[in-house]
Design a protein around this ligand. Structure first.
Ligand SMILES: N[C@@H](CCC(=O)N[C@@H](CS)C(=O)NCC(=O)O)C(=O)O
Length: 218
């Protein structure tokens, strides 16, 4: 049994999509951020950190999306991995983990723009800073994807699976027109049958109510 604990539209999509690339359909337990479902005793017994993804697999529970993608590549997806000794190994590790540099900034903006209970609690200063920082960390990706179709020159890999969530989420805060190569990349990823299968299995995004969140005045 492989069971994925997930929030539609969150980092759990990485794991869902990775499993779909491997032809694996997990059992899914669905939660929502902010409705208390991640704080129940039952879920804290699965992941005491109260976060998704959590993946029950091979008699253990893994709770970090990048580690899960690496583990799945290592154990079940050699073609999507770059093993130690591979010429693309360092790039594989670097760009896989760089996805969290992007995701953390998106997460900070989600907190400010989506999850604060009262809009008066928002800090336009912090939001403005985080949007600028997000645009900056996207620049190396834009340059890379301007030269090649996927994050690694050798082709589609587990690294790209890490960006399926982060790029689309980032476009809620930075204008996609500023990043044409990333926009084309996101469309290329979304075209993959496994991406679409995971998307339809996870159900609609439960995080964003708007396509784009402007920096508030202040
Ligand atoms: N670095 C962790 C981050 C996990 C994480 O923060 N997940 C978010 C969803 S994208 C979450 O569960 N948030 C719950 C909350 O904010 O209460 C990973 O990549 O798995």
């Amino acid at each position: 049994m492989i069971r994925l604990h997930a929030v539609p539209g969150s980092r759990s999509f990485r794991v869902h999509w990775m499993l779909a690339e491997l032809g694996i359909e997990p059992e899914i337990e669905t939660y929502r951020i902010g409705d208390g479902s991640l704080g129940t005793e039952d879920f804290r017994a699965v992941n005491p950190a109260g976060r998704v993804p959590a993946l029950e697999i091979d008699g253990m529970t893994l709770i970090e999306s990048g580690a899960i993608v690496e583990y799945l590549c290592e154990t079940r997806g050699a073609a999507l991995w770059r093993a130690p000794g591979d010429a693309e190994r360092a790039d594989w590790l670097q760009w896989l983990h760089y996805a969290e540099t992007v995701a953390v900034l998106v997460q900070n903006l989600n907190l400010q723009q989506v999850f604060l209970p009262d809009p008066s609690m928002r800090s336009p200063t912090v939001i403005g800073m985080e949007v600028r920082r997000l645009a900056t960390v996207l620049k190396p990706l834009e340059a890379r994807l301007g030269r090649q179709d996927y994050m690694l020159a050798g082709g589609f890999s587990g690294v790209d699976v890490m960006y399926g969530f982060a790029i689309e989420a980032a476009f809620h805060y930075v204008h996609r027109d500023r990043f044409p190569a990333l926009q084309a990349y996101a469309a290329r990823l979304a075209d993959r049958p496994a991406y679409q299968a995971a998307l339809s299995a996870q159900g609609p995004d439960t995080i964003y109510e708007k396509d784009f969140y402007e920096v508030p005045d202040g």
